[in-house]
Design a protein around this ligand. Structure first.
Ligand code: CU
Length: 107
């Protein structure tokens, strides 16, 4: 009786298993953050969740050295920093905008 219940339920469970597997796959695709290379820079100014950084080349987004303003998603990291600090950070393209996902003091 238990067996027939499983057999009857199988066609309904199978698509769920496929969905779950696909979801896993997407999670992997959406989480390359650990492999993003670090870029170097010096903080020029901090205002709210934005920081102006004089940065070196940013390999992860193919950007040359320049001074520009970033949206910083790493609020905890940003809270420990001030203008003049040398930093290292990870930048990615997110919704057509360059955002900094991690930032910390560079010793
Ligand atoms: Cu730049």
């Amino acid at each position: 009786m238990k067996f027939s219940a499983i057999v009857l339920a199988l066609p309904y469970l199978l698509p769920l298993a496929v969905l779950a597997a696909e979801h896993d796959h997407h999670d992997h695709m959406a989480a390359p953050a650990a492999q993003v290379s670090w870029a170097q820079g010096t903080i020029k100014k901090i205002a709210d969740d934005k920081a102006t950084i004089a940065h070196g080349p940013i390999e992860s987004i193919g950007m040359d050295a320049m001074t520009m303003r970033f949206t910083i998603k790493d609020a905890d990291g940003l809270a420990k920093l001030k203008a003049g600090d040398k930093v290292r950070f990870q930048a990615v393209m997110q919704g057509g905008e360059v955002v900094v996902t991690r930032i910390e003091s560079a010793k």
